[in-house]
Design a binder for this molecule. Structure first.
Ligand code: SF4
Length: 233
């Protein structure tokens, strides 16, 4: 399958048609979506739910999320009958803090590695297609995102990474969410634009960069979108 060609083809398609094209090219693929239950993830969840309700929602349960995020996750999982898998780190928050201290302050990259990247690496193994809610507009680090990329996991397995909303802007996300009466995380009403673990999420300092409120502006990515290797096609 020519991933480069299909990605080009998807570039001019709306998310619904792009999803159809991906699924037609992968009839019996095992499908997952990584979701932090942010607005983009809920749009992709809504799209997938209509078309392939058996897909798995992978939530990286770091133990550091906002209480409101856990409550919203549980509410939407129940309301939409989602196949939720909470990908857990090897250690609980208490065990990690007791052994290594408060890593999100001293070594946030290591903290993300232990609590997000490693659990995700294992969680992705059974799947053929990994959907995301990533958008190019979200961050300078995502500017070159393709709608379909071929990614190699550390074990050597390759899978498609599909970002149906890559070319969408923030307004389009909210138009879709509102048109389909999708509830949203309550933190958006407080002014947050990008919502992850509570200790590493603040109101954005640069309105042009929604992720500028993450990690106090010291980094833009946790590593879950950079640990796998994008294969040249
Ligand atoms: Fe740790 Fe912060 Fe990364 Fe969450 S976002 S895993 S709390 S460093």
């Amino acid at each position: 399958m020519d991933v480069h060609r299909i990605s080009e083809e998807l570039e001019n398609l709306a998310p619904e048609q792009a999803l159809e094209t991906v699924l037609m090219a992968n009839h019996s693929a095992r499908i997952c979506l990584t979701s932090s239950f942010q607005a983009e993830d809920m749009v992709v969840t809504h799209l997938l739910r209509n078309r392939r309700p058996d897909f798995v929602v992978l939530f990286l349960d770091t133990g550091y999320h906002f209480r409101q995020t856990y409550e919203y996750r549980d509410l939407m999982t129940k309301q939409w009958s989602l196949n939720l898998v909470n990908a857990l780190p090897a250690q609980s928050v208490a065990e990690q803090e007791s052994e290594l201290g408060i890593l999100y302050r001293s070594e946030p990259t290591r903290c993300c590695q232990l609590r997000k990247v490693e659990p995700l690496m294992s969680a992705l193994e059974p799947f053929d297609i990994w959907f995301t809610g990533l958008r190019r507009e979200q961050s300078p680090t995502r500017r070159n995102l393709k709608k379909v990329e071929l990614h190699r996991l550390p074990t050597g397995r390759s899978l498609w990474k599909v970002s149906l909303l890559a070319d969408w802007n923030w307004e389009q996300v909210w138009q879709y969410a509102n048109a389909n009466a999708i509830p949203h995380l309550p933190q958006y009403d407080e002014g947050y634009l990008s919502i992850g673990c509570q200790p590493c999420t603040a109101l954005p300092s640069d309105p042009q960069n929604p992720r500028s409120g993450r990690w106090g502006g010291t980094k833009l990515e946790c590593g879950i979108h950079t640990f796998s290797t994008q294969e040249e096609t």
